[in-house]
Ligand binder design. Sequence first.
Ligand SMILES: [Zn+2]
Length: 222
Amino acid sequence: MKWMARDVWRLKEFPAPSINVYIAGDVLIDAGRRWDRRRIFAELEGREISMLALTHAHPDHQGVAKDVCEARGIPLACHADDVEAMEGRRPMQEAAPGNPYNRAIRRIWQGPPHKVERALSDGDEVAGFRVVHAPGHARGEVVFFRDSDRVAICGDVIRNMSYATALPGIKEPPEIFTYDPSENRRSIHKLADLNPSLILPGHGPAVTDMAAFERFVAALPG
Ligand SMILES: [Zn+2]
């Protein structure tokens, strides 16, 4: 795994970071797609993990959640507004569920439902990070933000990757995966207002050029 910041690592992925899974202290942050099971289990080998916390309950972030929680006997945490989605009581994809990409993602990436033992809310603490509710892409989307060094693990509030070319680039999440793009834009401003020094997104490499991030935010449509 790759060191990102104090007590924060990203699980390795070949050839480039595209479906990101982080470890903060002894908390696993996100759980990839169902088919990331082997990669995640191999990287966790010999490592103490006390909890799995999701940035949001979407199929590319909760795929291995049930497996890893059961294998390690650890609790699952996500924001209160995504508990129903994670537990299978409402559809996980609220944006364009009939879209063929979304149908395929649901079939091949989405992991089984699993009980959420810790429902997170704004201001809670996870591994030294503060929970900041940032809905729009998912109802229960959160940013994990560490005030001491302003590191932000931001889920899919932004991405640093083009899905067309796989090259890095700061972008909004695609609309077909985002139930309320204008709400997500407000969450991007919320992220910017935290004045992060490093952004660790759900997709693509770390955002280290904060001037580029500020330009991206300034250019967002009203
Ligand atoms: Zn995602």
